[in-house]
Design a protein around this ligand. Structure first.
Ligand code: FES
Ligand code: FES
Length: 200
């Protein structure tokens, strides 16, 4: 005979569901998160399951960051957290208390586009543009990584310090390999990065 659990009794058999449901509380209570986004202090209320990508687009109307694969494969959703490039579709917003987020909307300074944005325009680094914000956010961070001396899988000699002068086209292709472009603008994207490096 099937036994009917009594929720009032504290019977362990009653709580087969995720934590909290037996008490009538949602297991996914929204929570406030304080962030700095593109230099502005923002407080958003998110469910623990909400990604940074969805929070940016749906809570802050920053739709420059694109959702494409939504599973960490294409790079279209790339943003910076404390200066490091990350996939916002793979990052939980609730984990980012106190962090500094930069999106494509935050690259412009005093009405001037970032040098890499200008280089993308000059070198036709896009067609449909859907991957472009992710490409540019990745490229900006990648140049900083190279300036800081980080090697990549394409770096031939790991015994000496990497410098910006070592950032060859092969290095750029490797370091940008997490950003896919369905329009196949890759040669022009590399040209744009080369140009931005030359100007930096
Ligand atoms: S949308 Fe995040 S990696 Fe594709
Ligand atoms: S410009 Fe269309 S996907 Fe890259």
């Amino acid at each position: 005979m099937t036994r009917t659990p009594n929720p009032e009794s504290g019977d362990a058999a009653t709580d087969k569901t995720p934590s909290g449901t037996a008490t009538g509380k949602s297991p996914i209570e929204p929570m406030p998160v304080n962030l700095t986004v593109n230099g502005l202090a923002r407080t958003i209320t998110v469910e623990p399951r909400m990604t940074l990508l969805d929070a940016l687009r749906e809570k802050l109307a920053l739709t420059g960051t694109k959702k494409a694969c939504d599973r960490g494969e294409c790079g279209a959703c790339t943003v910076h957290i404390d200066g490091r490039r990350v996939l916002s579709c793979m990052t939980m917003a609730a984990m980012l208390e106190g962090k500094k987020i930069t999106t494509i909307e935050g690259l412009e300074k005093n009405g001037m586009l970032h040098p890499l944005q200008l280089a993308f325009i000059e070198h036709d680094g896009f067609q449909c543009g859907f991957c472009t914000s992710g490409q540019i956010m990745s490229g900006v961070a990648m140049i900083e990584e190279a300036k800081a001396g980080w090697p990549s899988a394409a770096t031939a000699d790991l015994r000496r310090d990497f410098t910006l002068a070592d950032l060859s086209r092969a290095e750029i292709r490797e370091r940008m390999s997490g950003n896919l472009c369905r329009c196949a603008c890759y040669p022009n994207i590399v040209d744009a990065v080369v140009e931005a490096v030359a100007r930096s």
